[in-house]
Design a protein around this ligand. Structure first.
Ligand code: SAM
Length: 210
């Protein structure tokens, strides 16, 4: 059991703050297929000489973080709940990733204010609230390296997230967007043709589109 400080948009599953780890693992984390797929995309980009620094906003138990680290990219991950972040650290020790993942504890607002940026990819996987998501993306625009991308989880999770995604699609800054397994990719790529894609049921083959 972990006593959790919830800084997000609330939970539809948990009714209190004392939460069993196995249930967190079942309902909160990315699925193995999705984590593997993101890892494969990062490996693919690296093979093309692109990217190298990824920020995960929302560590939880640190399982997806370990997949990101397995890609060989530099990984930093942010978590508001101290107990959860400590649990993630133990997991990385067990997996041999301790010392390879930079972990920060704090709210997204605070950490974004302190952040110096320089990210190639940001995976926004926490605080699934529409207005907060728009605010984070607006700040992240200034923190991405040229050609960088943001991946937002749960863009269909609530009416407010659906509205936020529609608003983000209207922003001409994001000239390439992709909807994929309930997540949204936002790219600003100079010189590329504007494209707005919806991919269905694709995991590993996603890398072929990039
Ligand atoms: C969906 S989970 C992350 C899952 C993780 N990326 C994975 O797939 O293994 C979201 C996490 O973000 C954290 N979180 C949510 N809102 C936050 C905020 N505003 N500031 C800091 N952490 C937040 C929660 O405590 C939670 O552990």
């Amino acid at each position: 059991m972990i006593v959790v400080d919830d800084f997000g948009a609330g939970s539809r599953v948990f009714s209190n703050d004392i939460r069993p780890v196995n249930k967190i693992a079942r309902v909160v984390l990315q699925s193995e297929k999705v984590a593997l797929s993101i890892m494969s995309i990062l490996i693919f980009w690296r093979s093309k000489g692109l990217g190298g620094r990824i920020l995960e906003m929302g560590t939880s138990l640190g399982v997806t973080t370990a997949y990101l680290a397995a890609s060989g990219w530099d990984v930093e991950t942010w978590e508001g709940c101290r107990n959860t972040a400590e649990y993630a650290r133990c997991n990385w020790q067990g997996l041999g990733y301790d010392g390879k993942i930079k972990s920060k504890i704090g709210t997204f607002n605070t950490l974004l204010n302190e952040d110096k940026g320089g990210w190639d990819v940001v995976f926004l996987d926490g605080h699934h609230d529409g207005p907060s998501t728009i605010k984070y993306v607006e700040i992240l625009k200034t923190k991405l390296n040229p050609g960088g991308a943001i991946l937002i989880d749960d863009i269909d999770w609530s009416e407010s997230m659906k509205i936020a995604w529609e608003r983000l699609l209207e922003d001409p800054h994001w000239n390439i967007t992709m909807k994929w397994r309930g997540k949204g990719w936002l790219f600003n790529r100079v010189g590329d043709v504007e494209q707005h894609l919806k991919l269905r049921k694709s995991y590993i083959p996603l890398s072929k589109f990039i």
